[in-house]
Structures are given as C-alpha cells and as structure tokens.
Design a protein around this ligand. Structure first.
Ligand SMILES: Cc1cc2nc3c(=O)[nH]c(=O)nc-3n(C[C@H](O)[C@H](O)[C@H](O)COP(=O)(O)OP(=O)(O)OC[C@H]3O[C@@H](n4cnc5c(N)ncnc54)[C@H](O)[C@@H]3O)c2cc1C
Ligand code: SF4
Length: 494
C-alpha cells in the first residue's frame, strides 16, 4: 500500500494550466511544458492518497482493467520503471488516456464516496511521460513470426491497439488508413491543445520498430484505392475492421443548405492541419471562426474542441447549445457512486470563454441575401414524460455566421468496405460481432466505435486489445493475449 495515512494528510491537487491569456494564442497543450512535467512536483503525495482498497472499485470504472492501486503504490515508492511496467500490462497507450480520458476510474474510486477521489488519470500520465523521458519505453518486437497476416482497417486507438498486440504476438500486421496520416480521431479530430501529436508520433515510431506496417492514404473499398473489401479479405488471413463511427448526425431543418453550416469534423481536421503547418487537402479554403459569432450545436467533447479551436481563431462570440437541461454541479442522487454521473464539467476550452445555453432546440437556420447563415431560431424545451416539448413564447434569434454540428455520430459509413464485405449490421447500424468480436463474415473482426458505436478512447483501446486476442485465437488455435472486455460490456452508468 502507498502511504497508509496519505488520504488523511493530503487533499486532491491537480496541475495548474497555463494562463488563459497565454494559451489561447497558441496550439500547444494547456499545461506548461506538458502535463507530465507539470504534475511531477505534486504527484507523489497524490499517488499516496490511494487506500489500496480490498475491493478497488476504480477497476470497475475502467474497461482496460488497469491495476491502479499497484501503480499508485509504485509511484509513491519512486519506482517509476516498475510503475510503467504495471501500467503497460493493461494499456498500450497511457499517454492518450492520461490526457484525454474522462476518467470513469475516478468517479468509481472508493475515496470519492466522501472525499475527492484519487487523481488516477494524472498519476497515469505522469508515469508514461516520465517513462518516455527515462528511456523505459522500448520497442517489443516479437521473437518469432507466425507466418500469419492481418489487415487492420482504420488507425484510431482501436486499430492501433489491435495492431500492436497482434504484431507483438508474431503476426505480420498492416494498418490501412484513408487519411494522409495515421491516428484516427486522435490525429485530425482532437486538437493539439488537448494532446500534441508528438505523443502519437512517438508511439507510432515504437510500433514501426516492432514491425507494424502503416499504409496511410488508402481508403479501403473506394475505387481510387484499387483495394476492395473482398480483395483485402483474400489477401490476409484475418481482417480487423476499426473504421470508427464516422457518419455524423445531421440537423435537416429549414436553412440547412445555407453557407457557413458545417459538421465539426469538417472544421476540426482543417484546424489541426493548419496548427501543424500542413496544407489543406485539395486546396480547400479553411473554415475560420475569426471575427464571427459561432454557434456550436452539441455539448460534448467534440463541441468543447470546436469551442477551444474557435477561441484560438479569434471568434467574436461562441455559444454552445445543448438540448438537455443543465446538469447539477455534484453527483445527483439518482446516479450514485460508483456510476459515471452526468454533472456540470468545465473543460480547458470552457475556461477560455464562450457561453453555454441549455434546454434549447434549433428550429431553423436563417440566411442573408448571399445565402449564408446569419442567425438561428431557437426555442426553449423541457424534457417531460420521456420527450422534449417546446415552451411557447420562448422563440428567439441568436446571430451566427458560423454554425458547427457536434451532435454525435450515428455509426460507420456503409458504402465501400462494409457493403463489399457484406458484414451484418446490428439494430443501431454498427458492425455486428459475436462474443469473439467476429463479424458475420468468418475471419473478419470488428473493434472500437465501428462495432460499439460512438464511444471513448479507453473503450476503443480495450476493444482493440480484446479483438486482438480473438484474432490470435482464430489464427493459431490458442492465445495468451489479454481480453479485457467482451463486446457487450458497457460503461457504469444508470
Ligand atoms: C472531435 C472529437 C473529440 C473527441 N475527444 C475525445 C476525448 O477527449 N476523449 C475520449 O476518450 N474520446 C474522445 N472522442 C471519441 C474518440 O476519439 C473515439 O471514441 C475513438 O477515437 C474511437 O476510436 P476508433 O479506433 O474506433 O476509431 P477512430 O478514431 O474514429 O478511427 C477510425 C479511422 O478509420 C479510418 N477509416 C474509416 N474508413 C476507412 C476505410 N475504408 N479505409 C481506411 N481507413 C478508414 C478513418 O479515417 C479513421 O481515421 C472524441 C471524438 C471526436 C470526434
Ligand atoms: S478505488 Fe481509489 S483509493 Fe481504492 S484502490 Fe482504487 S484508486 Fe485507490
């Protein structure tokens, strides 16, 4: 156990972010020198707050099965090499989750019953950042090759986790990605200020040294790629579909056709390219928020990323609309510990500005004489009897020259590889799989958002790891790879 009295002596402490005035003028992470370094002066006593519970409920919150009390203890004892060994035993990419995860482990932490929970996510990111700096993260190339080949389609966290596990198990793995660079949503969706791409690139370099082959710029199933789903299946002993849930939810109301209305994933990838000094694709003109009134429809992670990006562009105003009522500051009675509660959360982007408007629905987009959006017609709504009802007399306009949709994703795109392979879909339009992550087509597996529906990085990594174990079993008849979750596992929510 870490410090037996740690939780009595120390309160929860987090690293201080850079001043808002400074950070909104650049794209770097919001912590000085990166979060790992910012945490070093405070992290040891924070790890010492862990009580090493007899039944560590933090494990229930995390789909990876992270062995949290063990690495808390090792950090407290200053054994960072031991800590990264324990952390990597369950998580291929702690630098991603340590920066980006909403930390369901923390809302499940036993200390959280009557105190602030252990800063588990911060301990995690401190361990991995220090491990990279200290040279503890090395390529783990396989000792022998199985002679079996696997194609992974999609290079987000699910595809990368599956690829790393299978490469290390001795299979020859190629990851196909239609974007010009590897990384899935972590490359062109999530902005630099949340995770600088150098962290992704460092991990990809490790994977290349282990033997994983990356093929970026190949849209499997498209005519231009010359590589159909069927051909891919013939060419490889197994295929893992990890294409994400990239079909965005739309709002087909009056005025949708006006200029200046875009999906978040049209706006964010362009902003990411510009932040990294890359040219826009096909000479596209970049969508900019500069000097505009921006309205973001949708209140989640994607909406917050659009907010932080618009702030950095120099928007005149940014308003984030959410159809549901404002959540409470603290855990509501109906969402008891250890579930993940819906509470009012303030991300780094929210600290930087913008307004949030709750319980409101957009009725219409209003245009100007040039065919561009000039305003939204809003109405207040109330959630009663299981449905949303408009409140009479609350209709009003708010100005907007740029509208961004961040309303979630409805599933994987169907034309192309999904149709060519003929895999069955589930009732929600995701790629259906059996208990071993295998789709209706033998030898074709699915992992991450394309099978589970829109989710989180931590779930994608857990699925990638579990699907890799199933693929290994399929190819060789046995496996020693870990299998953290079945495809039916769901987050701890009420
Ligand atoms: C803007 C945004 C911000 C987010 N922020 C967070 C966050 O802070 N924390 C968090 O936990 N989660 C966050 N999420 C959710 C998280 O990013 C996803 O749950 C996760 O990336 C899913 O991983 P995945 O591997 O299943 O798919 P993805 O990351 O979506 O990757 C799938 C990849 O497959 C590629 N692909 C698709 N079809 C083909 C094809 N035919 N051929 C080749 N390649 C193909 C796509 O181009 C894509 O790169 C965010 C999501 C968005 C959109
Ligand atoms: S539940 Fe919290 S206090 Fe208990 S072992 Fe996990 S991190 Fe430590």
């Amino acid at each position: 156990m870490a410090d037996p009295k740690g939780f009595l002596k120390e309160g929860r402490e987090v690293a201080t972010r850079r001043p808002v005035e400074e950070r909104i003028h650049d794209w770097n992470e919001v912590y000085p020198d990166g979060i790992g370094r910012a945490l070093l002066p405070i992290i040891t006593p924070q790890a010492g707050r862990c009580m090493d519970c007899g039944i560590p409920f933090c494990h229930q919150g995390c789909p990876l099965g992270n062995i949290i009390p063990e690495w808390n203890d090792l950090v407290w004892r200053d054994d960072w090499e031991g800590a990264i060994e324990r952390l990597h035993a369950t998580n291929n990419f702690p630098e991603f989750t340590g920066r980006l995860c909403p930390a369901p482990c923390e809302t499940a932490c036993v200390l959280g019953i009557n105190q602030d929970p252990v800063t588990i996510k911060n301990v995690e990111v401190s361990i991995i950042d220090k491990a990279w700096e200290s040279g503890y993260v090395r390529p783990q190339a396989p000792e022998w090759l199985s002679g079996r080949t696997v194609a992974v389609v999609g290079s987000g966290p699910a595809g990368l986790a599956a690829a790393q596990q299978l490469t290390r198990a001795g299979h020859t793995v190629a990851v196909y990605e239609r974007a010009d660079q590897i990384g899935g949503l972590m490359r062109y969706g999530i902005p630099e200020f949340k995770m600088e791409k150098k962290h992704l690139d460092r991990r990809l370099d490790q994977m290349k040294r282990e033997g994983t082959v990356f093929r970026a710029g190949i849209d499997v199933g498209s005519e231009s790629s010359g590589l159909s789903g069927t051909k891919l299946r013939e060419r490889y002993d197994a295929v893992v579909l990890a294409m994400g849930a990239t079909e965005a939810r739309d709002l087909p109301i009056t005025g949708r056709e006006l200029g200046g209305i875009h999906q978040a994933m049209e706006f964010l990838p362009q902003a990411n390219r510009a932040a990294l000094g890359l040219e826009q694709l096909d000479g596209q003109e970049q969508i900019m928020a500069t000097d505009k009134d921006v309205v973001i429809i949708g209140g989640g992670d994607t909406g917050a990323d659009c907010l932080g990006t618009s702030t950095r562009h120099g928007a005149r105003s940014v308003t984030q609309l959410e159809i549901m009522p404002e959540p409470p500051e603290s855990r509501p009675a109906g969402q008891p510990w250890p579930t993940y509660p819906m509470t009012f959360r303030v991300s780094s982007a929210h600290e930087e500005g913008g307004d949030r408007v709750y319980a409101v629905s957009t009725k219409e987009f209003l245009g100007d004489q040039d065919g561009n959006v000039r305003a939204l017609l809003l109405v207040d709504v109330v959630f009663e009897g299981g449905k949303l009802t408009e409140i009479e007399g609350t209709e009003r306009e708010i100005p907007a020259q740029l509208v961004l949709f961040a309303m979630g994703f409805v599933g994987p795109e169907k034309p192309g590889i999904v149709e060519q392979l003929g895999v069955d879909l589930d009732e929600r339009g995701n790629v259906a799989r059996d208990k071993d992550y295998m789709t209706s087509v033998p030898g074709v597996f699915s992992a991450g958002d394309c099978g589970r529906g829109q989710s989180l990085i931590v779930w994608a990594i857990a699925e990638g790891r579990a699907a890799a174990a199933a693929v290994d079993q399929h190819l060789t008849g046995s496996t020693t790879l870990p299998r953290p979750i079945p495809p039916t596992a769901r987050p701890l929510v009420v």
